[in-house]
Design a protein around this ligand. Structure first.
Ligand code: ADP
Ligand code: MG
Length: 711
């Protein structure tokens, strides 16, 4: 779901400082780039000289490790650089086709052989220079069997790559490798000298962060003498992009928390202490720590804008409850906003149980409330007689007024939507503190990158005594066994979920499949059981009816799509079968699995997957652990950060091109500290020494500023 751009509050846009750099000139004015190539560059996303400078190699080959062909011996594992002298495909008696090329480097010749890859014959041409790596074997003389091969240059290219490390750029048909190399060879010195205009870090700052100057970093990237220079250069560019991302977020944070006064909450312990005493358990250490962070923040005069992260079942709701009581103690009201009506009802009921000994009523506000009740609730909120309210989106609609709203807790469940929810902050009449709860355990580095504008509290501990859900992996032809297992649980009075994937691209087909399966399960597999169907296309009233029936144990088996991710607690449901598990991300599977294991009984999650394409290995990671953070890290490693940022991406501007959240956490921490200090000391970056940061921010990162409403 693409993020719409919107503003926290509207300010007059300030004109960007005019600091014209040669790097802003169109590529067309560079040597060797005429109008036609400029057009081809445009299709690569390269419009200006700066764009070209940031069109960085996609791979590096280290020719310093090359062995002369004359010195190769059988048994070595070697890298060879040679020119293709002759080539061809040779059939063997067993029907295997082998592509062979004779390579020459001035010291000798050697045959390179690629069994089973006859198609290479079309790719490689005589005269091409190639870099190959692989074992040297004895086969009618010496032969190398490459594991890797790079075409360094074409026989027809006018230029040869220079230096010891060869770079390969992202190229296109109109802009082949040699053209890119040639354009860089002719312009790089000039481009690098202009890059000094963009240097915003002081010599002091460079030392502090252990980073090379920008022009040197770019030179290392385009013309490294050693591979590690290219890596050091990348880290500099990674720092830059993280810093500017954090800078935008630091400004958004300042706007949300500091520019307008918040509430200095007062603690009397009048409610907090009785709740501590009434709870049947002690808070975990993580809960206590997080609560201290929240209380400290709420008592400040600046507004709280905080994200509380914790795995399903880590006890976020209890933390939220304590935070709400602090607001109440000082005479303010508190609201808990959740994604669905039925969840609102369940929360309201639970909180009421906990709070009735304290003499606090819990109000409920949802869209489907009958008009008279709605009127009564609205009046109670406006007069302040309702102190604590649970509700859906209905809470932030027009016409809902509070006497003094002190805290809003937004239970996001698994969604990323912090910024949308902050719409609440735009209202003039209320200046509540905001606590957003998310059950998506994302790695800290990713959270910092995505949510640099909010403060982060992490519940990294699960209350003691929780039984982990036992997870098993089954192939499709083992289904009948799985059904027998489910039947045993049902016989014992338990309930089960059967989940089908539903992805946007093939929604119709998926829905049909889920519906068909529902019919099949009802008719053929569980004929004696009550089977229900739940999916997102059902009207919400009907969805609620089905959920309620499942909660009341009037349905034994609930066939569902992923809508149940944001579900209610059904402690009696102890089995979940997930079909086509290979089609889900691991983090999503983890959310689903969180629906079981909520009661006394041992719970089971059974994944049915199609073997192949590494799906079993991936799911095996999931099977082995119940730790959401570990799963999220694995997901990040396997699927890459691009995917995680997927919903956040904005046009062609990927959030991060150079930074790698798995390895650059140190840079992220440094960038966040630097950005926050900068914004604290000079919010508008008006000081002369900040002119360059400001220029870059308003030039290169304008779109992002607008996205965060701080342009
Ligand atoms: P979350 O909202 O993070 O998914 P909940 O707040 O719903 O988790 O807590 C899950 C369950 O654990 C609830 O039944 C809650 O009462 C219980 N619980 C919360 N904190 C503790 C604790 N410190 N010790 C024991 N049980 C706890
Ligand atoms: Mg405050």
């Amino acid at each position: 779901m693409p993020r719409r751009s919107w503003r926290l509050c509207s300010l007059e846009p300030r004109p960007a400082p005019v600091s014209y750099s040669q790097l802003d000139r169109p590529v067309q004015f560079l040597k060797g780039v005429g109008p036609q190539r400029a057009e081809s560059f445009r299709r690569l996303g390269v419009r200006t000289a700066r764009d070209l400078l940031y069109h960085v190699p996609r791979r590096y080959d280290d020719a310093s490790t090359v062995s002369p062909v004359g010195k190769l011996e059988v048994g070595m594992d070697a890298t060879v650089l040679g020119r293709v002298r002759s080539k061809g495909v040779i059939p063997t008696r067993k029907g295997l086709r082998i592509f062979q090329a004779v390579l020459e480097d001035g010291t000798g010749m050697i045959t390179a052989a690629w069994p089973g890859q006859p198609w290479l014959d079309r790719k490689l041409r005589e005269g091409d220079r190639v870099l190959v790596t692989g074992p040297v074997r004895f086969f009618h003389g010496r032969q190398i069997q490459p594991r890797e091969m790079t075409i360094v240059s074409r026989g027809s290219d006018p230029d040869e790559p220079q230096g010891v490390i060869w770079v390969t750029y992202p190229a296109t048909e109109d802009l082949p490798q040699w053209v890119l190399r040639q354009v860089f060879a002719r312009n790089l010195d000039a481009l690098l000298s202009w890059a000094d205009d963009d240097e915003y870090l002081s010599p002091d700052g460079l030392v502090r962060h252990g980073l090379p100057p920008l022009s040197r970093a770019l030179s290392w990237i385009h013309r490294p003498e050693q591979i590690r220079q290219a890596e050091a250069g990348r880290r500099r560019l990674a720092f830059d992009e993280l810093l500017f991302l954090q800078l935008v977020q630091a400004r958004a944070r300042r706007k949300a928390t500091e520019l307008q006064p918040g509430i200095e909450h007062v603690r009397t312990n009048e409610l907090v202490r009785p709740l501590h005493e009434a709870l049947p358990f002690a808070l975990t250490e993580a809960q206590a720590r997080v609560l201290r962070e929240i209380y400290a923040d709420m008592r400040l005069s600046r507004r709280m804008s905080r994200l509380l992260q914790g795995d399903v079942g880590s006890g976020k709701t209890v933390v939220a409850l304590f935070a709400m009581l602090l607001a109440l103690e000082g005479g303010h009201q508190a609201a808990l906003m959740v994604p669905t009506e039925i969840l609102a009802e369940q929360h309201a009921r639970r909180l009421a149980e906990l709070l009735s000994p304290l003499g606090i009523d819990v109000a409920l506000l949802t869209g489907s409330l009958p008009a008279p009740e709605r009127r009564a609730t609205l009046a109670a909120l406006a007069s302040g007689s309702a102190r604590l309210v649970v509700g859906t989106h209905a809470l932030i609609q027009e016409g809902v007024a509070f006497r003094s709203l002190g805290l809003v807790v937004v239970d996001e469940q698994h969604r990323f939507g912090v910024r949308q929810r902050m719409a609440l902050l735009e209202r003039e009449d209320v200046r509540p503190d905001v606590l957003v709860m998310s059950a998506t355990p994302i790695p800290r580095s990713l959270a910092m990158a995505l949510y640099g504008d909010v403060d982060l509290s992490v519940l990294d501990e699960v209350p003691p005594g929780r039984k982990p859900v036992e997870t098993t992996l089954r192939a499709r032809d083992e289904r009948s066994e799985v059904y027998r297992f489910v039947e045993v649980e049902l016989e014992a009075g338990r309930q089960a979920y059967v989940v089908y994937p539903l992805v946007a691209e093939s929604e119709k087909v998926d829905l049909l499949a889920a519906t068909d399966e529902f019919e099949r399960l009802k008719r053929d597999v569980f004929p004696r059981r009550r089977v229900g169907l739940l999916h997102g296309q059902l009207p919400s009233a009907e969805r609620d009816t089905v959920m309620r029936a499942f909660l009341a144990a009037e349905i034994d088996v609930l066939v569902a799509t992923t809508v149940i991710e944001v579900g209610i607690d059904v402690p009696n449901a102890t089995v979940m079968v997930i079909e086509h598990a290979e089609r889900f991300g691991l983090s999503q599977l983890h959310q689903l699995r969180g629906r079981v294991g909520r009661g006394e009984g041992a719970s089971h999650c059974i994944l049915i997957a199609e073997p192949g394409q590494g799906s079993f290995e991936r799911l095996e990671v999931f099977r082995r652990t119940n730790d959401g953070f570990e799963i999220a890290r694995a997901d990040l490693r396997i699927r890459g950060q691009g995917d995680l940022f997927g919903s956040q991406q904005h046009g062609r501007d990927p959030v991060l091109r150079f930074a790698d959240l798995m390895t650059d956490e140190d840079l992220l921490v440094a960038a966040q500290r630097e950005a926050r200090a900068l914004v604290a000391s000079d919010p508008e970056l008006e000081a002369p020494e900040h002119a360059r940061v400001r220029g870059q921010l308003h030039g290169r990162y304008r779109e992002r500023l607008e996205m965060y409403g701080v342009g």
